[in-house]
Design a protein around this ligand. Structure first.
Ligand code: ZN
Length: 301
């Protein structure tokens, strides 16, 4: 039986791409899924069969590696975090927030700086360059990949394309950072409105919100809707937040108390590392404010 990937789910149909041939087949799901309370998701690897009317049936879902709730997508394994270096300025608090959610969801992260060509000349530009370079070094030292790009100048686009090959990626970032411009640069002829991806397909007037995967010329698949659209911490436990900061997770084994929250406990290895300049104060500050935010949220369980 042939295998394929669900690219789109709409009005009871699943559009299954055979990645070998590049052909997409319109399929119905077999009744068995409903009976079991299962439902195929965009991103699912499925086995399917062709029917006489030129359509097909989804006959089985292969085990999922990951599953995101918002957007509903299976097997996404790479989150591309898009941050502009100017207009708007680099927002490291939001970056840390995204990273918590990505660590929690078990995805790889790729941090992409956009609009590198828009950094002005002169003293103001020098200051921005220093900030950007400092942030690049910080996140690289923690173990994240950082890729500086410019969609307009074409900088970093081929590297990004190579990095996305073989993955199912979601793009995340606040509006105006250039997510659509990046996707337009990656997919020739796509021509998304550059205001935001979500406005293109997700929030049309008469369409229900749905997720769709786009095949990249270089071989990867990208969700057209922003990932991690609701960034609150309601689904995380208190100690989860600390373990989603990679460098704190490593340091935590040196804390005096198990389950140390790294806020007030004596003998905390994380606080010591921050005091000694071995862990970034900006990250620790964001950690503390996320913990405070977490405490204010109504729990869902
Ligand atoms: Zn601690």
């Amino acid at each position: 039986m042939p295998e394929g990937t669900i690219m789109k789910a709409l009005s009871g149909y699943y559009y299954v791409l055979d990645e070998g041939s590049g052909v997409t087949l319109q399929c119905r799901a077999r009744g068995i899924f409903k009976k079991r309370g299962e439902s195929p998701l965009v991103g699912d690897k499925v086995v399917y069969g062709e029917t006489e009317n030129g359509e097909g049936t989804v006959d089985g879902i292969l085990p999922r590696r990951t599953e995101l709730v918002r957007p509903p997508i299976a097997n996404a394994d790479l989150a591309v975090l898009v941050f502009s270096v100017v207009h708007p300025d680099l927002n490291l608090t939001l970056l840390d927030k995204f990273l918590v959610h990505i660590e929690n969801a078990g995805l790889e992260a790729l941090i992409v700086w956009t609009k590198m060509d828009r950094i002005p000349e002169g003293a103001e530009g020098e200051e921005i360059r220093r900030t950007v370079e400092h942030a690049r070094q910080l996140y690289t030292s923690i173990g994240y990949e950082v890729l500086p790009t410019s969609s307009r100048a074409g900088t970093g686009i081929r590297e990004l394309e190579r990095r996305l090959a073989g993955h199912i990626a979601v793009f995340a970032g606040q509006s105006g950072v250039g997510k659509s411009s990046l996707l337009n640069a990656l997919v020739p002829g796509l021509e998304l409105q550059t205001s935001d991806i979500s406005e293109k397909l997700g929030r049309g007037k008469h369409t229900t919100r749905h997720v769709e995967l786009m095949a990249l010329p270089g071989g990867g698949l990208v969700a057209d809707t922003p990932g991690f659209s609701q960034l609150d911490f309601a689904e995380l436990g208190m100690t989860d937040i600390g373990s989603c900061f990679r460098e704190f997770r490593e340091l935590a084994s040196g804390c005096k108390f198990r389950g140390c929250t790294h806020i007030h406990e004596p003998g905390c290895a994380v606080r010591l590392a921050v005091e000694q300049g071995q862990a970034a104060e900006s990250r620790y500050g964001n950690y503390r404010s996320f913990m405070a935010e977490w405490k204010e949220k109504p729990r869902r369980y």
